[in-house]
Design a protein. Structure first.
Length: 700
């Protein structure tokens, strides 16, 4: 028998890796489809056991079995899906994309088969009406399970269920196609420069990175891409206005070119599919459907938040824009017209004039290895947890580092993966994800679950980013904005790592989406705190600490262009709501619709040849449809929460323990406002955010 014949699919057997982590080094592409199909078969077998159980339906024999009961046999589909779909975002290729297209409708059909199983729903409905005394967490699981089936069409007639199947399967395929088109078009563009004069104004770090990008492609000169670490410095520093225009237009026309990656019709169809799904389920709009399970609660409250922010921030934003325009005209002449590709360049000039500070001044002090130590050290100082790299844990790419995380009592807490740099098969942006969630299971399956028969299965979390890469001349040196990105995603990871609930579907980041950004945005507050910066910000060559005078300039410049940045986020929220509050079939032209939808929050003249929608993966393929406002909603919460830390001391361990106990470890086990009030002692207000941003509320 040869080796190939003896080889087993690694998903079919114990991983035998540290902490049962995914065996990336042993997984092959062909393993996924086999594991998916076998996982579906095992799921079907489990469902049959549940519906054919002759015993009266109970919480334990029905709800737990449907939702979260784990064993080494029936979790095959979830463990396979976790690896495949995380790699599809972080390390994909054409073969994986093709397999995703093939499996997406199959997996959606399988999910529909479960949610639309009438016999299964009858058991769930019975338990919903007749159940034993339940804990708060068990009640939440029961409500989520019942409501999840209802929201997935369990109460529809046969014709409605069949239509829902068609709609959801088509939406899953189109959402995937949107993402694949976006990645292909973004990675296809390069700006190849061969004349040194074309680099005028660019800092040394940007030149070195571009030279390395050219060498990696076998080219002479310099290559700039649409990846953030390449794009942003060029738009900020380049004196070459025509080249800035080329790069800007490439970035802002993704998905509207006359090619196979065009996303215009896909976006239109996704909006209509979601509207029809929501209306089939008895809602006026898709936003109404979504917001029933959000802190905001309804469309009116979302628009109130967005409009309140416009009222509060727009006067300051207009002043900010006028300052930039005035400086640009001083430099270029009074007839100079400020275009979108000019905004970053002249804003930077204004920042230098007012505060004498920019990202490149700080970059030498933010060496990635030191930043990692600083972020980990912050978690140690707040919560007592420690990190230790373990090179025996398999990773899916050499860029990825794997760490064991230990709690303050020395017990194992989690596995933490960090994937730092852009590459060909990786989506842009930054995100946190899990390869394994947290849950509690029976230590002895022959005995009932309880305090004496309980094993706490710890999570495997990952943060994926696109930070500045090292070059042949320098280590990876970050901007302050990239440090904030790291802190943001690390905040999500703490939410996952501290999870301490019985049921996986309620653990970690499995919370309402306008609450999930609280732990992440909360961590960003530390980025400009002197006490934190002093722990890791040392010059990569001299070892000198970041000077106090420079830190003071960081703090003073914190609110530079803050109102403009706020309105940008608000504009995205308005666009999102405009699509998903549609009551009738949507057939408008995407580009003019977009310009009209967000115009209240737009400061300058809009261009008719650019488009955000076709690359707006958050609301088209990323789960934030009718939910992009969540970032601003959570910003109110994070400013309010950090005010507690500021009052008691930013490293106060008692306050941190309360934040961990009441928010980070509780997941979605209770209403998020209940959790927040337990930490804060009351409901949040917008006052802390306005104070942090230096915005004065208009008098009534």
């Amino acid at each position: 028998m040869n080796e190939e014949t003896k080889r087993k699919n690694p998903f079919f057997e114990p991983y035998l890796t540290p902490h049962d982590t995914a065996p990336f080094d042993r997984i092959r592409l062909e393993d996924f489809e086999e594991a998916f199909m076998e996982g579906i078969r095992r799921d079907d077998e489990q469902i049959e056991k549940i519906v054919n159980n002759p015993e009266r339906p109970t919480f334990d024999n029905t709800i737990i079995s449907v939702d979260d009961e784990k064993d080494n046999y029936y979790d095959l589909l979830s463990r396979t899906s976790a690896v495949f779909f995380n790699l599809l975002s972080a390390e994909t290729n054409d073969d994986m994309d093709a397999l995703a297209q093939k499996m997406s409708p199959i997996l959606t059909k399988h999910a529909n088969d479960i949610r639309l199983n009438e016999r299964l729903f009858e058991r769930i409905k019975y338990v919903h009406r007749h159940h034993r005394r339940l804990s708060a967490e068990e009640k939440m699981l029961l409500e989520n399970c019942y409501d999840g089936f209802v929201r997935s069409g369990a109460l529809l007639d046969a014709e409605g269920k069949e239509r829902l199947r068609q709609l959801t399967e088509e939406a899953s395929v189109l959402g995937l196609q949107f993402s694949q088109n976006l990645l292909k078009e973004q990675k296809a563009f390069t700006l190849h420069l061969t004349e040194a004069s074309q680099l005028d104004g660019l800092p040394e770090t940007a030149r070195e990175a571009a030279a390395q990008a050219a060498r990696e492609r076998g080219l002479e000169g310099w290559v700039f891409t649409l990846d953030y670490p390449s794009y942003q410095p060029f738009m900020t520093y380049s004196t070459q206005r025509e080249l800035r225009r080329q790069l800007y237009m490439a970035r802002n026309t993704i998905g509207i070119h006359d090619n196979t990656e065009n996303n215009l019709d896909i976006c239109k169809r996704l909006v209509n599919l979601r509207r029809e799904i929501a209306q089939l389920l008895g809602n006026k709009t898709y936003a109404d459907y979504v917001l029933r399970h959000r802190m905001a609660g309804n469309v009116r409250r979302v628009y109130k938040l967005l409009n309140d922010l416009i009222d509060a921030y727009k006067p300051t934003a207009l002043k900010e824009r006028e300052e930039v325009k005035k400086l640009a005209q001083q430099m270029e002449g009074k007839d100079f017209e400020l275009e979108p590709w000019d905004a970053g360049y002249y804003s930077h000039k204004l920042q230098m004039k007012k505060f004498n500070i920019d990202a490149e001044m700080l970059r030498p002090y933010f060496q990635l290895d030191k930043v990692i130590g600083g972020v980990f050290g912050l978690a140690t100082r707040l919560y007592g947890i420690t990190f230790r790299e373990n090179k025996d844990i398999p990773v899916y790419h050499p860029d990825v580092k794997a760490y064991e995380v230990f709690d303050k009592d020395g017990s194992f807490l989690a596995v933490f993966y960090a994937d730092f740099h852009p590459r060909k098969g990786k989506q842009g942006g930054a995100w946190m994800t899990e390869y394994q969630g947290q849950w509690m299971e029976r230590a002895d399956v022959r005995k009932p679950f309880g305090p004496d028969n309980c094993k706490n299965v710890r999570p495997h979390v990952s943060v994926v980013m696109n930070l500045s890469k090292p070059t042949e001349e320098k280590p990876a040196l970050l901007t302050l904005g990239e440090v904030e990105t790291f802190l943001h995603e690390f905040g999500h990871s703490l939410h996952g790592m501290f999870a301490n609930t019985r049921f996986e579907s309620l653990s970690g980041t499995n919370v309402w989406w306008d609450f999930v950004e609280l732990p992440s945005q909360f961590m960003e507050n530390f980025a400009v705190e002197k006490e934190f910066l002093r722990t890791f910000a040392f010059h990569y060559q001299t070892g000198e600490p970041l000077p106090d005078e420079l830190i003071d300039r960081i703090v003073r410049s914190r609110n530079f262009m803050v109102a403009t940045a706020c309105l940008r986020q608000v504009s995205f929220g308005l666009l999102d709501m405009a699509y998903y509050t549609q009551k009738e079939a949507f057939d408008a032209d995407i580009i003019p619709f977009e310009k009209e939808a967000w115009k209240k929050a737009i400061l300058g003249r809009q261009r008719s040849d650019t488009c955000m929608t076709t690359q707006f993966s958050h609301i088209m393929a990323g789960g934030y449809a009718a939910g992009y406002y969540s970032y601003k909603w959570a910003e109110v919460l994070d400013a309010d929460a950090f005010a507690v830390f500021k009052r008691h001391g930013i490293f106060d361990q008692q306050t941190a323990q309360s934040f961990r106990d009441n928010i980070l470890s509780r997941g979605g086990t209770e209403n998020p406002m209940t959790l927040y009030q337990r930490f804060r002692g009351g409901e949040p207000t917008i006052d802390a955010l306005l104070k942090r941003n230096g915005i004065k509320r208009k008098k009534a």
